[in-house]
Design a protein around this ligand. Structure first.
Ligand SMILES: Nc1ncnc2c1ncn2[C@@H]1O[C@H](COP(=O)(O)OP(=O)(O)OP(=O)(O)O)[C@@H](O)[C@H]1O
Ligand SMILES: [Mg+2]
Length: 355
């Protein structure tokens, strides 16, 4: 159980021409669960490899508590890593669990007891004698997690551990990991590009940009309600946040083809400021009848989400937004739309949250 700090970490695989990760500062507290979330190629695996010592970063330092481990090889770090495709050996489940203890100087009975403890945590007791390589992906991944646990590693890194697992068993694996992290207090860092996995696993979530920068590090509420950057707003949520360009004019937001009035205290910026207004599709209010303060949009497309909900694609001049609705409106009909003030997010032209 170790606090991990990444200080000004950048890494390039091509001598500085391009950067896989850039200026990353992150602190992981011991015993907690974290998710590292970002699109494909944003540097998630690179960061995990930097933490476990498989990669020495081009710049920056890695600390475990106060010890600078940047130059330490993986075997000196006591970090375990679980990969997307579970690696199991052609042996029984029990022998797989015992494998990491091969060179550990404890008696055979102690090793077997430890393996049984881990098997019980992972609910593998019933299949200890089965050949591991013949089992399905979810069981193989449980064995791989067991091998990570048996070494008493203080930090467990999980690189997309659920992406190769049968969909109906993903929940079971996630729950096991959460239960284990609570009972054993191991630090877990879970890499994924699936926002639902990240938001339901991590006590805190680090969201990365496609270019390998850290955009936000916070809990679900912070990330969902106060995205620090327009990319976070857009990347999180289904569908992502609507982002519309506007100019602030006294008590109005001017979107070009329409204006909405706004209380000055909501956005105390100078008249003439150009900004991007963000609103989540689930917060857009839609009416089929004309109401005060509502703007007319045309329904251009409807996506059925099942369970009585749909996504309306709505257009006003060149502005297209999405709204979640319980009513499936006919294509080409008019939807009267309101953006409730309390749900508006404001970003500057570079995408940073203004307030
Ligand atoms: N061994 C390597 N040599 C050269 N470039 C690499 C190497 N590994 C990764 N990269 C590049 O570094 C960037 C980050 O890759 P990385 O694998 O860390 O991303 P990721 O977020 O884990 O992606 P994914 O979600 O697809 O697993 C990408 O542009 C990738 O092409
Ligand atoms: Mg990866």
């Amino acid at each position: 159980m170790v606090d991990v700090s990444l200080v000004n970490i950048s890494h390039s695989y091509d001598g500085g021409k391009t950067w896989a990760v850039q200026d990353i500062n992150l602190e992981f507290e011991s015993g907690k669960r974290y998710a590292l979330l970002g699109p494909s190629g944003c540097g998630k695996t690179t960061l995990l490899k930097i933490i476990c010592g498989l990669i020495k970063p081009s710049k920056g330092r890695v600390f475990f508590e106060d010890v600078d481990v940047t130059e330490y090889p993986p075997e000196k770090r006591n970090v375990a890593i679980v990969f997307q495709f579970p690696v199991v050996y052609k042996m029984t489940v029990l022998e797989n669990l015992l494998f990491p203890l091969m060179n550990v100087k404890i008696s055979k009975d102690e090793k077997i007891n430890k393996a049984k403890e881990v098997a019980s945590l992972l609910k593998l007791e019933g299949i200890l004698k089965e050949p591991a390589h013949r089992l399905g992906p979810a069981d193989r991944q449980r064995i791989a997690i067991g091998r990570a646990l048996i070494r008493n590693a203080g930090i467990i890194l999980l690189d997309e551990p659920m992406s190769s697992i049968e969909p109906d068993r993903k929940y079971e694996i996630k729950k096991l990991l959460i239960d284990i992290s609570r009972s054993l207090k191991r630090t877990m860092i879970f890499v994924t590009h699936d926002q639902t996995e990240a938001l339901t696993f991590g006590e805190k979530i680090a969201v990365m940009s496609p270019k390998g920068r850290l955009l936000q590090f916070g809990n679900f509420d912070e990330i969902y309600h106060k995205p620090s950057h327009e990319f976070v707003g857009f990347f999180i949520g289904f569908p992502g946040m609507n982002l519309i360009e506007a100019v602030l004019e006294n008590n109005f937001l001017n979107f070009g083809s329409f204006k909405i009035s706004i209380r000055k205290e909501i956005i105390p910026l100078k008249t003439g400021t150009r900004l991007k207004v963000g609103i989540r599709p689930e917060h857009v209010r839609v009416s089929t009848v004309q109401l005060e303060g509502h703007i007319p949009f045309k329904v251009v497309y409807v996506e059925d989400l099942g369970r009585g909900k749909c996504i309306l694609h709505l257009q006003n001049d060149s502005i297209i937004i999405k709204a979640i609705s319980e009513k499936e409106l006919p294509i080409h009909s008019t939807a009267w739309v309101k953006f409730p003030e309390d749900y508006l997010n404001f970003f500057d032209e570079s995408g940073q949250r203004i307030m």
